[in-house]
Write a protein that binds this ligand. Structure first.
Ligand SMILES: Cc1ncc(COP(=O)(O)O)c(C=O)c1O
Length: 367
């Protein structure tokens, strides 16, 4: 009954809800630093928009996300037909695979990276090709060397989840100068708004508008604080966006999500404030970890760090016992590492107290 392509896959195992962890372990407080969400809620204008949308939730949403698509097209200076809005950037990844991959077609990505780049091709009988990171960064030269006539997709996470590092403008330019035209490159900029490095490119402006075969991903899940509503989008050629439109579900994004995303687009000052708060949080997270003998990978330019700790599960469990939920990196292909999101200042202080309590080096040494 079940397709053979699924035989090697395991169902996604979500972490336990925070309330459940709290109850099971009898903890007063649990801090979740596991999923790279922003620590702050939706913008006030988005919260108002959600409230305004509530009385009409008996209606189906606008399946075409017409107003949001128009607003995004205007914001990025592209056509309406160049924007697809889906239930998170994750859904755009899935629909892109569905629109492009026949069994046996290859999709290349760096590794470790975002698991959907591997899982979504596998679901379709496609062949994921994992090119090891070099110095914890995407190795675009090695990715180019892995391209074959069967390569349909290349996924580049910039910044990369889980390492937090990014490819630079110069590296991208060298890549786009050589990548064959039959390859669609998906540049995933889920953390775009957090990054202010000068050599970090806006892939829509710099690569899509330059005519490269590229689909750029963005999301409202991170700095905009809307992860729970599931709104992300892709900006690409009309051909690719139209193909995604053929496979995407008719009502992929709910009305509250569409309204909240629209209302968030105007809040530029708040984005700047959150970006700065995140930068401060990243510095203090780095200090806290280093003070405990840990050495996070860098430069990490988004809102999380990746740190090798030996057998990650021991420290993970010890932190959990103190009420801090971080993410062990086994499913990302790095069983020796943890990923830790930069939370709000009081959450980082809580992490510091937890690390003090668990005696990091003893925990690692005992594994
Ligand atoms: C690199 C990357 N791409 C995509 C996503 C998915 O984002 P969304 O919540 O929009 O589905 C994430 C989420 O963690 C991510 O890290």
């Amino acid at each position: 009954m079940i397709r053979p392509a699924l035989s090697g896959l395991v169902p996604y195992e979500p972490g336990k809800p925070v309330e459940e962890v709290q109850r099971e372990l009898g903890l007063d407080r649990v801090v979740k630093l596991a999923s790279n969400e922003g620590p702050y809620g939706p913008f006030p204008a988005a919260q108002e928009a959600i409230t305004r949308a509530t009385p009409e939730l008996n209606r189906y949403p606008d399946g075409g996300a017409w107003r949001l698509r128009h607003a995004l097209a205007e914001r990025h200076g592209v056509g309406f037909e160049n924007v697809t809005v889906c239930a998170g950037a994750d859904a755009v990844i899935g629909f892109t695979c569905l629109a492009t991959l026949d069994p046996g077609d290859e999709a290349i990505t760096g590794w470790p990276s975002f698991p959907s780049y591997v899982l979504d091709p596998l679901k379709l009988g496609g062949v994921p090709v994992r090119v090891p990171l070099r110095d914890d960064r995407f190795d675009l030269e090695a990715i180019l060397a892995a391209v074959t006539p069967r390569t349909k997709l290349v996924f580049i996470a910039a910044p990369n989840n889980p390492t937090g590092t990014t490819s630079t403008r110069t590296e991208f330019e060298a890549y786009f100068a050589r990548v064959p035209a039959h390859v669609l490159t998906v540049v995933d900029q889920a953390y775009f708004e957090y990054v202010d490095e000068l050599d970090y490119p806006d892939a829509i402006e710099e690569f899509l508008k330059a005519g490269h075969n590229v689909l750029v991903l963005r999301t409202f899940s991170k700095i905009f604080g809307l992860a729970g509503l599931r709104v992300g989008y892709g900006v690409g050629s009309e051909e690719v966006v139209t193909a995604i439109g053929k496979v995407r579900r008719a009502f992929d994004v709910g009305s509250a999500g569409q309204e909240a995303a629209l209302a968030s687009l105007g809040e530029t000052d708040e984005i700047i404030r959150r970006r700065e708060a995140n930068r401060t949080a990243m510095v203090s997270l780095d200090h806290v970890l280093r003070d405990h003998g840990l050495n996070p990978v860098g430069p990490a330019v988004a809102n999380f760090v990746f740190v090798r700790v030996g057998t990650a599960l021991a420290l993970n469990d010890a932190l959990l016992g103190q009420g801090v939920v971080v993410r062990p990196m086994g499913p990302f292909g790095a069983a020796d590492a943890l990923r830790i999101t930069a939370g709000a200042p009081d959450e980082i202080a809580f992490l510091k107290r937890a690390l003090d309590a668990v005696s990091v080096l003893d925990t690692i040494a005992s594994t």
